[in-house]
Design a protein. Structure first.
Length: 219
């Protein structure tokens, strides 16, 4: 689909983007596009793109915000964007500029008109809501028979998680006194996008660790 990137007060940058219904990300910009438009030379807060991990391995990159994303007549202000630094694979492709994922698409009713080869977007009540991002610096992955067990896969530097000495491999046991199995991974991620504190209990080897995670906006 076609979209326009607005950044640093420059004229809109037209691009073609893959509609990625399976991605929880907002906007992912492919490396050739990032380099061509010099997105990483702009002064913007960024952090390591922890979510750039999947079955295909780790896709290097950083995550920050762009000024706006325009889809037809609709404009999303200050969206989160991942800036790929991958040298191979889909996120290194030059024939498209990137992907648009669920964090953007959830602001619309999405109609896929295959017969006419078009996508229809009808805005819902979430269109004007600010787009939030992980305020913890944690990447959790689910495992177990029912996928209700959670393990820390990565910790961002200079984040609440690193400042609380959380470590990859720690197993999450409870959040604010409730067993972590009471929550889905999506619910936990949404908690980590909000302000405030989370009291966490974790298992590290044979030891139980308790931390108070003071969430804050990182980008």
């Amino acid at each position: 689909m076609h979209a326009r990137i607005i950044d640093n007060g420059h004229a809109p940058i037209e691009g073609t983007f893959v509609l990625d219904l399976g991605s929880s990300a907002s906007v992912i910009l492919n490396k050739p596009f990032v380099v061509e438009q010099q997105f990483l030379r702009a002064r913007r807060p960024t952090m390591a793109w922890l979510e750039g991990r999947g079955l295909g391995g780790i896709a290097p990159g950083s995550v920050g915000r762009i000024q706006a994303l325009e889809l037809g007549s609709y404009r999303i202000e200050d969206p989160v964007a991942a800036f790929s630094q991958a040298d191979s694979g889909p996120l290194a492709a030059a024939d498209v500029q990137g992907n648009i994922g669920a964090a953007v698409l959830e602001k619309f009713k999405v109609i896929l008109d295959y017969g006419r080869n078009r996508v229809i977007l009808e805005p819902n009540s979430r269109l004007a809501e600010p787009m939030e991002y992980n305020r913890s610096g944690l990447l959790l992955v689910s495992f177990g028979v029912d996928y209700r067990d959670y393990k820390i896969a990565a910790v961002a530097e200079n984040s609440p998680a690193s400042e609380s000495a959380l470590k990859p491999g720690d197993i999450l046991l409870s959040i604010n006194g409730r067993p972590s199995s009471d929550f889905s991974l999506t619910e936990i991620r949404r908690m980590f996008q909000e302000s405030g504190e989370c009291d966490l209990q974790l298992r590290r080897g044979t030891t139980t660790v308790r931390v108070k995670l003071k969430l804050r906006r990182l980008i």
